[in-house]
Design a protein around this ligand. Sequence first.
Ligand SMILES: O=C(O)CCC(=O)C(=O)O
Ligand SMILES: [Fe+2]
Length: 251
Amino acid sequence: MKEEQKKLFELPFEKKVTSKLLNDFYRWGTPSATSLNQFSWSEAFHCPLSDISLKNHSATSSSHFLREVMERVAGAMLELARTLAGVLAEDLGYPGDGFTENCNKSTCFLRLNRYPRCPFSPEIFGLQPHTDSDYLTILYQDEVGGLQLMKDNKWVAVKPNSDALIVNIGDLFQAWSNDIYKSVEHKVMANVKMERYSMAFFLCPSYDSTIGSCKQPSIYNNFTFGDFRKQVQQDVLKTGKKIGLPRFLIT
Ligand SMILES: O=C(O)CCC(=O)C(=O)O
Ligand SMILES: [Fe+2]
């Protein structure tokens, strides 16, 4: 996967933008940014797994092998994510496979990230501070470093270990657990000297799945995953920022 990811990003920029590789899920920079501190110095393929599926593509397509590798990686990550989510749910006293029933190979996402070397400043974001809009994220980062997460109101650097995976709680798990598990805020800082690669698997349900709290009284109104994504997109367009869960608080 690492080799295939590198090959993909090493293609000429024009090709990545125009040739609809991986169904046109290429994105770079931050089109909605109106100031430098809203900018992300990175490029990514953010792929719904349903779209990269080999079922929909011919074996002669140039991205066939890449898709095959992505499907295998995603399959393994899905299994891991569901197992971990199950253990975390059981810890709260709920049957392990409850809410992940709606998460399957066609509802999750695999995101390939590349952070080019940024010669201008180490203060520039590789990726804006954010929380993930999913239940659980399984993240692989290479040995370069740059990922930081918010802990006790301070940014803490996550030491790179290319033999390990990072597991982050996302917004949906926070809502489901009624704030017992917290969706972790994280960001990536650009690197002046080196490029960096990472890959993230997002455990998501289908858009029509309702996310409700595992116990009452609930802090959040029930919402569907589709509603949540729509609200996030609207907020980003209007304010340049994701608001996320606070939008759904019961007031
Ligand atoms: O590159 C990383 O370490 C983090 C990536 C990330 O947070 C994301 O893709 O949502
Ligand atoms: Fe993230």
